[in-house]
Design a protein around this ligand. Sequence first.
Ligand code: ADP
Ligand code: ZN
Length: 618
Amino acid sequence: MLKCPTMNAALQILQTTFGYTEFRDSQAAIIDAVINGEDALVLMPTGGGKSLCYQIPSLARPGCGVVVSPLIALMQDQVDALRLAGVRASFLNSTLDPATAQGVEEALLAGELDLLYIAPERLNQPRMLALLESAPLALFAIDEAHCVSQWGHDFRADYLQLGVLHERFPDVPRIALTATADERTRGEIIQRLQLGSARKFISGFNRPNIRYRIALKHNPKPQLLRFLKEEHPDDAGIIYCLSRNKTEQTAAWLQKEGFNALPYHAGLPAATRASHQSRFLREEAVIIVATIAFGMGIDKPDVRFVAHLDLPKTVESYYQETGRAGRDGQPADAWMIYGLQDVIKLRQMMEGSEGSDEHKRAEQHRLNAMLGLCEITSCRRQALLNYFGDELPEPCGNCDNCLQPVDTWDGTEMARMALSTCHRTGQRFGVNHLIDVLRGAENDKIIQWDHHQLAVHGMGAQLDNNQWRSVFRQLVARGYLSVDMERFGALCLEEKCRPLLRGEETLELRRDVRQKTGARQQTKTPLPDDLDVGLWEALRDRRRRLAEDQGVPPYVIFHDSTLREMCALMPQSLQEFANIAGVGERKLEKYGGDFLQVINEHLEATSATPDEAAASTQ
Ligand code: ADP
Ligand code: ZN
C-alpha cells in the first residue's frame, strides 16, 4: 500500500481500495487536513460518508489508525468489510478471547495494522494506553462522538476519558465524527474532547433522497399494511413504536401477513437482539419493529424505509431515526402516522415525568417543535432543516406537503366553539365528551351533567366526529389546550386562547384527508425500465451465495447500485468490470470472475434461440 501523505495518494486509495471515482462534498478537505496532521471535528448527516474520512488518512499516513467506537456488536462486520477491500483491519473488544486479543496487539506493535477498532472502555485502560504509546499511530478517530454529551440519550461515561488522548498523544491527529445535529452537543464535544483548535467541518443536514411523509392516523394497521404492500413489498426497513409490547405484537402480526418482521427492544434477551440485528444486516428484506433502542450505528446502506407508528418525542429523534433510511443515496421513505391520541399521550407522559419544572418545560418545548412539524402545511424539509439552523431556499418537492399541497380552512369559528365548550363544561372532560356536547348527543353522561342545557350543546353539528377530532388535535398540538394528567386526559384552556376567544386572532387549520388507494405518489424505488430483471436476479443470487460463504452481509460484497451498474454496462472483461463504481482492486480480484461468469451465462442464455436454450439446460 502506497503510504505518501498527499492528496494524490488519497485519491488513489479511494479508487483502488474502495472502488469509487471521486470524493463527495467535504470528504476531500477533511481527508487532506487529517493526512496533514490536523485535528478535525466532522459533523455530517448519516450516509454522508464519514468512514472514509478516517479510513483513508489511516491508510495514507504511516502507522495504524485507531478508531474508538461504542458499537461493539458492529465491529466484526466493519472489520470484515475492510478486509474484503484489502485493508489490514482488526478490532479489540470484550468479545475476543485473550489469545486472539494478544495476537491483535502484537500485530499493532509490529506495524502490521492499518486500522484498529477499539471499544472506549478498553482504550481507557492504562495498559492499553501504554501499548499504544509504543505503537506507530496514524490517527485517533472518535466515532459517534456525541456519546460524550451528557444531555443526549447515547451518553457513555467512557467517552469522557477520551480527553486524555490529546495530552498523552500530542502528535497524533484526532478526528471526531458524529451525525447528531444540535449546537449544544457540538459544544460539548469540542470542550470535552479538547478539540478547540480542531478544524470544524459542518455539512448541511439535508438528506435529499429521503421522502418525508406524515399522515393522519385513522386505522393504523391497514394504513401500514398498504404502505408496505404497495411501496415496499420486498424491502428492508425499520418500524418504530413507543412500547416494547407493541413492537412484539406488530412484528407477530406482520409475520402473519407474510413479511419477514422481527421485534427489537431493550427487554429482549441479548442473544435474541443480536440474532435479530444480524438477520436484519445479513438477509434481504427483513423488517425490524423496534423501540428507540435500535439503530445507532446500524450502517446498513439499503434500508428503504423507516416507519413511525408513534410520534417521536423530539425533532432530533425523528431526524436521527428517519436518517437510518437510504444511506446509499437511493430513494427512501420516512413515513409516519399520528393522531390526537398520540398528542394526548405524549403530553400526559411529559406532565407526569420525573424531573424539575425547568426540565419539563424543555421537554414540552421540544415536543411542541415535533408537533409543529406534523401540523405544518408548507414544506417539511424546509422546516426540519430550519430547526437545525440550516436553510433550504426552495420547497423540496420530495415531501408530502410539496407533492400534494395541503388544503387549509378558516377554523376560527370552530376553534372558538371547541374552546368555549371546554370552558363551559368546567375544563374537566376529555375530547370524546366535548365532541358529544358539540354534536348535540343526548347520552347518559350528557344528561347526568346537564350538558344538554348548555348553549353550545348541538352547536357544532355541521362537523362530524373526525372533523372535530382534527380541530381538537390541532388545538392541543398548537398549545391552545393542554391535557390534565390528574384528571384522565381532561382538556384545559391555556393562556394562548385569550386572543382567539376575544376575536382578536384567526386560525388556519389543516384539512385532514384520508388517503385513498392510488391517490398517493409512488415512492417505491423503481428498477430502471430497461433493467434486465433476469440478470439482476442472477447477480443478486450470486451475491447472496458469496455472502453466505463468507459470513458477511450481502452489501459488504457489493451494493445494489454496483449490481445495477453491472446490469447496465454488462462488462465482458475484468478491465471493463474494474470501471464499475464500488469495484476496488481487491474486490475485482476476488469477485470479478464470479460476476463476469454470471453475466456471460446470462448473455449466452438470452442470445440462444428458445430451442437451444432449452437444450442447454438439459
Ligand atoms: P456515514 O458513516 O456518514 O453514515 P458511511 O461512511 O457509512 O456514512 O458511507 C455511506 C455510504 O456511502 C457507504 O456505503 C459508502 O461506501 C458510500 N460512500 C462514501 N463515500 C463515497 C464516495 N466518495 N463515493 C461513492 N460512495 C461513497
Ligand atoms: Zn418539501
